[in-house]
Design a protein around this ligand. Sequence first.
Ligand code: C5P
Length: 221
Amino acid sequence: SRPSLLSGRQVLISAGPTFEDLDPVRFLGNRSSGKMGFALAAVAAAMGARVTLVAGPVSLATPPGVQRVDVRRAAQMRDAVLAALPGQDVYIGAAAVADYAPVETQPQKIKKTGETLAVQLVRTPDILAEVAAHAARPHLVVGFAAETNDLDTYARDKLRRKGLDLIAANDVSAQGIGFESEDNALAVFDAERRFDIPRGTKTAVAGALLALIAERLGTRA
Ligand code: C5P
């Protein structure tokens, strides 16, 4: 990827899972290493962008030149993303945000007294949809979709429903790509077309996705 393709651009990326605490020792979370989002941040910075990375709980080093904000819960990720939104040219929602959070976080460890335990959950805010509908909406809003089946249908539906410009879908049931792995492969959709990014390292895949993004930013000032 050409080093100056994103120079002068501001790119905001969310990455990693979110952890929604049940009590001081337990949480609900998604399987996500954060590697894809961190690769996007590293490559975008190498392409000349000013990058802000809002990271959920992951054990990854901050890529060179990237400004990182650490968060834990979906609500905190939302607040950090919205705070960083003004002036961004691109938002890439690469985080695996928990869909539900406990209504209450118990201040003390829940004791295993009953055979069953009911926990009431509430939907978390859809950060990506909020960004896409925001007054300070970046020129390009890009989402991810992890699917196990009917990739095209679900991805296109998500693109429309959340008001996105691009969606990058991966088949998480495929061997050797996606969750926790070093490689990925993506099917990227805009309103009209599908672009296939073949299997490669997450760095290579990030470069290909950012090239599609840079192309869409074009020569805008
Ligand atoms: O609807 P679904 O969770 O499959 O959509 C995935 C996309 O939406 C990802 O880009 C993810 O980061 C984003 N998302 C979000 N906030 C949520 C749930 C998903 O930003 N609460």
